[in-house]
Design a protein around this ligand. Structure first.
Ligand code: V1S
Ligand code: CA
Ligand code: ZN
Length: 388
């Protein structure tokens, strides 16, 4: 383990909630909060909890649920919050009525036991991370249970119920003038884009698969914001099979001039791990190192940073990526061999490595050199508008 930072240790805070890992979307649902348990075991297995400020977020101790709900209501509608809050008391008929009226897909967003508590948990954990940035207690604040970027004002979408990212950014806007939101989940960050589409105080950029009815079917290159928000939104639509080199090269060549021009006071990075190879829903070919390279690059910009989770549907790989990225936040390169006595170690067979190689059965890269080059040129053109 190597400390590359000779000037001062990066102040990293790790925000977690012991309860969040226990919830279930249902047996056939790809979203498994259990992946957070694997992640936490890996992080503590490598001893990372000893080098970070640990924040155990607990709703019971935090008697200010009122304050939390007020922050939620800065984005979500009163009617929707009431619906989530009263799910268990309502009759099934009343719940069904809200689902139908608002065109909610309850296969994607099932009503499971303790749903409201689960939502408050991951949202308050993101707010805890945001708070430590607001108070300048951390350089990097991490919440792997957050990053649920699809939730809308009136309704849940794509496994996301409360949009902890939007709620967190709205809170951060009280102290920070310009916030950059970067989204490397394989899905388009539509909920966050939509929330800040009309403002220049939050710049949103999402890298995602686009085309062929891939969820949520938005995020075209042409979506760039409106009114005051015109040009303060970028989208990087990609095709199946993109690999580390092409992805990280594109990522850096866009984020670098963007940060130079926009000069954000804080960056919120959604680290959805469904952009890794072998994801159950995703179709990209990133490795743990390639995914982490994006985090490393954003860290190197030296702007206060919030790291959030998001998608990720092959739990052992999700935990590998988020553990590796927790190491990166702390300037540590973790040894390849997984810790001894790691709970659920069999999940990491046959390699038992933090950095497994992608096999031969990976998808072919459908992103041609010309396609990627054209995309880059168009995006750089948009960034040039920022200088006015
Ligand atoms: N892709 C995909 C996918 N798979 C599922 C799914 C599968 C089994 C289940 F039991 C329940 C759901 N839903 C989807 C997607 C939603 C993906 C959400 C990604 C979330 C994130 O990673 O970005 C952030 C956490 N939904 C759809 O594709 C929509 C439908 C088109 C699927 C089928 N239903 C019946 C109609 C809507
Ligand atoms: Ca994305
Ligand atoms: Zn996703």
């Amino acid at each position: 383990e190597l400390n590359n930072n000779l000037t001062h240790k990066t102040r990293v805070s790790y925000h977690r909630n012991a309860d969040t890992i226990n919830y279930h979307y249902g047996p056939f649902h790809p979203m498994k909060p259990f992946r957070l348990r694997l992640t936490d075991h890996l992080i503590t297995g490598y001893g990372l909890h000893n080098v970070m400020d640990l924040y155990e977020v607990d709703l019971e101790q935090n008697n200010n649920i009122n304050l939390l709900e007020n922050k939620i209501l800065k984005f979500h509608s009163k009617e929707y919050l009431t619906f989530l809050k009263n799910l268990n008391d309502n009759s099934d008929q009343e719940n069904k009525k809200y689902l139908i009226k608002n065109d909610i897909d309850d296969n994607d967003c099932p009503i499971f036991h303790g749903l409201y508590r689960y939502c408050l948990n991951y949202t308050s954990t993101t707010l805890s991370a945001i708070e430590s940035i607001k108070q300048n207690k951390s350089d990097i604040a991490i919440n792997w249970s957050g990053g649920l970027h699809h939730a809308k004002k009136f309704k849940p979408s794509g496994f996301c119920y409360l949009n902890d990212i939007v709620i967190g950014i709205l809170d951060l806007l009280k102290t920070h003038a310009r916030i950059l939101y970067i989204d490397i989940d394989i899905h388009h960050g539509d909920g966050v884009q939509e929330a800040f589409y009309l403002t220049d105080r939050v710049f949103t950029i999402s890298f995602h698969k686009y085309g062929g009815y891939f969820f949520p079917m938005t995020g075209a290159l042409q979506e760039t914001g409106v009114e005051k928000g015109k040009n303060y939104c970028l989208n990087v639509p990609l095709m199946d099979g993109i690999k580390d080199f092409e992805y990280t090269q594109l990522f850096k060549s866009i984020i670098s001039p963007l940060v130079e021009s926009y000069n954000p006071e804080c960056i919120v990075l959604q680290c959805g791990a469904d952009s890794l190879g072998y994801d159950r829903l995703g179709t990209f070919n990133l490795t743990v190192k390639g995914h982490g390279e994006c985090v490393k690059f954003v860290k190197s910009l030296g702007v206060p940073l919030v790291l959030l989770g998001g998608g990720g549907y092959t739990p052992p790989n999700v935990s590998r990526a988020w553990c590796y990225e927790t190491g990166i936040a702390n300037d540590l390169i973790l040894r390849e061999k997984l810790p001894e006595n790691l709970p659920f170690k069999k999940y990491y067979s046959p390699d038992y490595s933090l950095y497994p190689e992608l096999g031969d059965s990976i998808l072919t890269d459908l992103n041609s050199k010309t396609f990627l080059n054209d995309t880059r040129i168009r995006l750089l053109e948009q960034i040039r508008y920022l200088q006015g």
